[in-house]
Structure formats: C-alpha cells, structure tokens
Design a protein around this ligand. Structure first.
Ligand code: UD1
Ligand code: CA
Length: 425
C-alpha cells in the first residue's frame, strides 16, 4: 500500500496509569472532546495526509472514537514497551513509504498546527534526518530535558527519571513533536536498548542515535509552553481545559460575541455562536450547540447537545434546553426545561414551563408554533403539538398526544379548550 505523505504517527497506546482510569487516557475529554481529537486536528492542520494512531490500552474505545475518518490508520501495540517501540511497530505499514514522518503524542491536546507545519517545512527545506520541536517552560517537571553543548548545538534528550541534578534544572524540554526522515529512523530504532530507569525503548534516544550515525539532527525552539501541556494526571486535564476554554472564548470574542464573565462561562469546543450574541455569567454550553446572532443567553443557562437557537432568541436564568430548535425572537426568560422541542418564532415561554419529554423509555417531541404564548408553570406531556397563535394558560397540563389548534386557548389540568376546539390526535 502506498501512503500519502506527509505521514503523522500519534502515540496513544498507553494506559496513563496516573489518571487512575478504566478509560484510555487519550479519550479523556477537554472542553467536551477527547484529547486525541485535538492532536489529530493539529496533525491534519499541519499538513499530514495520513495519520497512524498507535493504540493499545482500551484500544476498542479509541477505535470507536475515531471511526469513519478515512485518513486515519491504526496499529496495535499489545504490550507498551515504550515510545520507541510504539513507533517501531509502524514499520511494516510504512515499508513502501519514504519521506518525512511526524511523530506526536496523543496526550498533548493543546498542540496547534502552526509550529508543526513549521517543523515539516524546515525538514523539507534542509532534509535533516530529525528535527525536534522544543519549548522553554517555567516548570519542566515530567518532561525530557534538551541537552546542548556550549555552542548551543543539540546533544541529546534526557528523561527526567534519568537526569542528573544539574540536568533537572534545564528548562528547555522535549514536547515529543518530531519530524524524522524515513527510512533512516528505522536504522536508529534498531539500535535503541532499554538501559534506562523505566527499562523501556525510548523514542527520545533516536535523535542521539541518528547523530552517532553521522546524520543531521536539529532541535528548534518553535513551541510555546501552553502548546505542550502533557496530560498525565487529572490535575493536568483540568489545566489543559482551562487553557482550551480560554482559546475557545477568545475565538468567539474575536468573531463578535460578548462574553460578560469569561471565568464563569463554559463553552464547548463544538459550539458555534453568532455575532452580537451576549453570553451572561454562569452559562454552560455543552455539546454541539448552535447559537444565532443577537441572542441573549444566561445568566445561569444550560444549553445542551443538539440545541439550535436562531437569531434574537433570549434565554435566561435556570433555563435548560436539550436537543431542541428554537426559532428567532423566542423568549424563555426564567426557569424552563425544553427537551426534544421545536419552538416557532416569537414564542413566549413562561416561567416554569416544562416539556415532559421522557416517558420512561423514550424521548418524545413537543411542537410549538409561531407566536404561541405559554403561561407560567405549564407542563406539556410529549408528544404534544401546539399550533401557531395558541395560548396556554398558567398551570395548564397538556396531556400526552394532544393537538392544540391555532388560535385556541387552553387552561387547567388536564388542559381544556375555552372554545372547545381541541381534538385528540
Ligand atoms: C514522553 C517523552 C518525554 C517527553 C514527554 C512529552 C519518552 C521516553 N519520553 O514522556 O521526553 O518530554 O513524552 O509529553 O518518549 N505510548 C505508547 N506506547 C508506549 C508508551 C507510550 O503508545 O509503549 C504513548 C502514550 O500513550 C502517550 C505517549 O506515548 O500518549 C507518551 O507516553 P508517556 O508515558 O506519557 O510519556 P512521558 O513520560 O510523558
Ligand atoms: Ca505524557
């Protein structure tokens, strides 16, 4: 099989012991999305046309999360013998491929494509056997350190566990962002042993090996500290989410969205928001949510997966909306739950309105037409349909299967028409 280059290999076979989890580490979510998804995007964004993901621990889960992506291939590492071993087992798949291969790790969700593209371009330009991106960080703990000679030339990478005390003080680190030239890398990996603190095959030994073979290796300081946060613990996961959340909000502010209190707002990476929409404090937007222009959202609003707000919608305190489409100009200012609902234009959803969408086994739809007015405390036991311009009295309970005709007014428990025009479905 001949593969399209450049190729990226993403290492994701490890369990991530320090996460103390039954889930593969790379599937832990940052702002609503598995970490591995961000790394795949960064590799693609940098220009990789084939992506090989090395899977191992909980491999079924990882496969499932990346299924249906035609540019991704998988290699299974059944025993995690180290990062060097993880790359080495891709050899068969890459037997006919000659050219650059970028190697990344799946636990760095904050990687951006730009510095990786830079590395690929530099490698193409001067044909080095290995280019490794480095970063200078305030706290190097956990990273391999970059050793250079007195002239600043790269010497080797030393893992933290194998560092001498003075080496531990080095703040230039190895983020595990490499570009190697194939097939030279295979020769280097053949020479790597396991005489280190963890008795593993370290990929970090490959650059030094290549230099010993007389090949050109360069360490370029192209990455920033917040690109390379490696998630090894739940604390790191929270730190990565904080940085990612700031990036997501920064993006939407640049696009013309007002976020009144960024520290007390949560926006999922998959959400989209139109200009001049204002997000008030304590709003949580989770999952794939689409918000139009000129909306007012919050304070204390929870918008969940599958929700669409068209333009100029206003949703306020303690309003939760899930899998629903809300057309323009509609208002739900206080205390409401709308689930599996389709709500028309300029509807007024009164305080305390509930769509009772779940009957114990399945979720049912509520349809509400344009300009319907719903009084406080109304309950709609889905499936229910309310045609345009109807009026629902305060406290009305619309029972399952009812169809309220346009312009009708219904009141009471169970809701009855004041003009006797409501039919059973
Ligand atoms: C590694 C680097 C270290 C670097 C750091 C950056 C080595 C030896 N060390 O250390 O220099 O600063 O990343 O984040 O490479 N994996 C496999 N198979 C294995 C082992 C690991 O697929 O047999 C995967 C893991 O799932 C993970 C990635 O490789 O996604 C890195 O492994 P991890 O154990 O987190 O390495 P670090 O100790 O962070
Ligand atoms: Ca790591």
């Amino acid at each position: 099989m001949s593969l399209n280059g450049p190729v990226a290999i993403i290492l994701a076979a490890g369990q991530g012991k320090r996460m103390k989890s039954d889930k593969a580490k790379v599937l832990h979510e940052v702002c609503g999305r598995p970490m591995i998804g961000y790394v795949v995007d960064a590799a693609r964004g940098a220009g990789a046309r084939t992506i090989i993901v090395v899977i191992g621990y909980a491999s079924d889960q990882v496969l499932e999360s990346l299924h249906d992506e035609p540019d991704i291939l998988f290699v299974t590492q059944s025993e995690q013998l180290g990062t060097g071993h993880a790359v080495k087992i891709c050899r068969e798949l890459l037997a006919d491929y000659q050219g650059p291969v970028m190697v990344l790790v799946g636990d760095e969700p904050l990687l951006r494509p730009e510095p990786l593209a830079d590395l690929l371009a530099r490698q193409e330009h001067d044909g080095a056997a290995c280019l490794l991106g480095t970063a200078k960080v305030h706290d190097p703990m956990g990273f391999g350190r970059i050793l250079r000679d007195s002239a600043g030339r790269f010497l080797r990478i030393v893992e933290e566990r194998d560092c001498a005390p003075e080496e531990k003080a080095i703040r230039e680190v190895n983020p595990s962002c490499y570009v190697f030239q194939l097939p030279l890398l295979w020769d280097a990996l053949d020479q790597i042993g396991t005489s280190n603190a963890q008795h593993e095959y370290y990929l970090t030994d490959a650059p030094e090996r290549l230099m010993a073979m007389g090949q050109k290796v360069m360490a370029l300081n192209v990455l920033r500290a917040d690109d390379i946060l490696g998630v090894n613990t739940r604390q790191h996961l929270a730190q990565a989410a904080t940085v990612m959340q700031a990036r997501i909000q920064d993006h939407w502010m640049t696009e013309g969205v007002t976020i009144v209190d960024p520290h007390n707002t949560y926006i999922d990476g998959r959400a989209t928001i139109g200009r001049d929409t204002v997000i008030h404090p304590f709003t949580v937007i989770s999952g794939q949510v689409k918000i139009g222009a000129g909306c007012q959202v919050g304070p204390f609003t929870h918008l969940r997966d599958g929700t669409v707000l068209e333009n100029d919608v206003e949703v306020g305190a303690f309003v939760e909306i899930s899998r629903s489409h809300i057309d323009s100009g509609t208002i739900a200012h206080h205390l409401a739950y709308l689930g599996n609902a389709s709500v028309g234009r300029d509807v007024n959803v009164g305080a305390g309105t509930i769509t009772a969408n779940f009957d114990g086994s399945r979720k049912n739809e509520t349809q509400i037409g344009d300009r319907v007015r719903i009084g406080a405390g109304a309950v709609m036991i889905a499936p229910v349909a309310i045609d345009h311009d109807a009026v629902i009295g305060a406290g009305a309970v619309i029972t399952r299967g009812k169809h309220i005709k346009s312009g009708d007014t219904v009141v009471g428990v169970p809701a009855r028409s004041l003009s006797a025009r409501t039919d059973d479905r």
